[in-house]
Ligand binder design. Sequence first.
Ligand code: NAG
Ligand code: NAG
Ligand code: NAG
Ligand code: NAG
Ligand code: NAG
Ligand code: NAG
Ligand code: NAG
Length: 446
Amino acid sequence: MGYYFSSSIITIIIFIHINLFLTPFHTQAQGFDPLIRLPHSGSTRTRSKFRRVFPITDFGAKGDGFHNDTKAFLEVWKIACSLSGFVNVIFPYGKNFLVYPIDIGGPCRSKITLRILGTIVAPRNPEAWRGLNKRKWIYFHGVNHLSIDGGGTLDGKGQEWWSRSCKINSTNPCQHAPTAMTFHKCKNLKVRNLMLLNSQQMHMAFTSCMRVVASNLKVLAPASSPNTDGIHISATKGVEVRDSLIRTGDDCISIVRNSSRILIRNISCGPGHGISIGSLGKSKAWEKIQNVNVDGAYLYNTDNGLRIKTWQGGSGFASKITFKNILMYNVSNPIIIDQYYCDSRNPCENQTSAVQVENISFINIKGTSATKEAIKFACSDASPCEGLYLENIFLPSCLGGNTRSYCWQAHGSAQGFMYPSACFSTSSDFIRQNVLLESNPTINSI
Ligand SMILES: *[C@@H]1O[C@H](CO)[C@@H](O)[C@H](O)[C@H]1NC(C)=O
Ligand SMILES: *[C@@H]1O[C@H](CO)[C@@H](O)[C@H](O)[C@H]1NC(C)=O
Ligand SMILES: *[C@@H]1O[C@H](CO)[C@@H](O)[C@H](O)[C@H]1NC(C)=O
Ligand SMILES: *[C@@H]1O[C@H](CO)[C@@H](O)[C@H](O)[C@H]1NC(C)=O
Ligand SMILES: *[C@@H]1O[C@H](CO)[C@@H](O)[C@H](O)[C@H]1NC(C)=O
Ligand SMILES: *[C@@H]1O[C@H](CO)[C@@H](O)[C@H](O)[C@H]1NC(C)=O
Ligand SMILES: *[C@@H]1O[C@H](CO)[C@@H](O)[C@H](O)[C@H]1NC(C)=O
């Protein structure tokens, strides 16, 4: 909790700071030239008094959607990164900047804000990635204190990638497609007020980052687009994702690999595959996901709602995870823990180890289930789920008829009203409270 509290104070301070030092956009075109030519002019104090503003169009970008604007992006970044203090890089409104796969590195002396007012578009043709890393389009690495905002759009033009996916046409070879925006080993990131459209694969990924806030995002791709996760969080500590709308063909938010201190609030998700922790423990990996708090989400027409999935044979922990104040509509598998996850062409053998799933709470979860099994806890024989907790759950069927719970090796307790009723096997480690509370309320009585 300390993290969230201090981060909001920092947000306020930074906000005040930005407003004090913000220079009007129009004055900068003339303003920055002398600064580049005379980088040593003026004391540090006077130079940091105002925010330098660099429109990418002053670096040769055309913004016509045809001309290759990649070089202009690299050049404006190079200048912005070499200065000190606050720097704004502007992608002007009403323009389409065609950007090829690009690698944007730090660390920078400056604190950069990319203000994307217009649109950044990817090349349509996957051949543009020939000889390059097919997992990345816009790749930021080693950058600290970066903000991206502006109300503009990143358009991945993913349609051709999707049609070449083996999930769409099984005669195609399976290959990776780019993540639209990747942030790797970045610290103190703010990404807000942007639209991400039709990414080739994942829309936004944070890998091995620290202190990230992603807010007021709109992430849109067709429900049928393969693997188009909204926001992917991997090996990252201290993330807040809030006030965003995510409609894609895969997980709205996925959390994997040693990530912790994650707060997700006010998310609208669907279509898509819901909010997913995992898959964890693939290929016998050890991983630890801890302190995840999802508070306030609306999930509709999603395959899966709140999910934790682990492969057999892994190890480590998924613990201290709370999902609360969730509204669902027509969600398949609204609440699911699956420790037998197997997304391979060959069936997975049963193994003798598993990622330990422990202290997971589901509180105030309401809405309609598209499947009979509204609650499913398929826990591991090798390492049963412990400390599951359910409170105030109401998940009737979308189609009428009853819903039910499924439990396998699931230990925990329930409180408040429960529909469907909980099905934990009692364990000496946990209070048998749930037995008393399981009075099978009918739908009409709630
Ligand atoms: C676009 O520009 C970048 C940077 O100069 C260059 O590396 C890339 O090859 C160019 N791509 C095409 C298709 O022209
Ligand atoms: C699948 O791909 C093959 C080879 O690329 C192509 O011939 C076939 O028409 C495709 N099928 C569909 C349904 O798109
Ligand atoms: C929740 O997020 C939406 C954007 O998806 C925003 O319009 C709304 O104001 C947010 N609600 C609160 C209470 O912040
Ligand atoms: C998680 O961190 C541990 C060390 O703390 C490391 O051994 C392990 O490989 C990491 N797991 C993954 C999947 O990165
Ligand atoms: C429920 O969601 C599925 C997609 O998962 C969709 O095809 C169906 O039309 C939805 N039904 C209703 C009643 O909204
Ligand atoms: C693996 O374990 C599960 C749960 O005990 C059981 O239902 C399943 O049949 C087992 N599968 C194999 C291949 O032994
Ligand atoms: C789960 O909660 C119990 C009781 O608060 C605590 O003793 C235990 O260490 C927790 N387990 C994990 C893995 O955090």
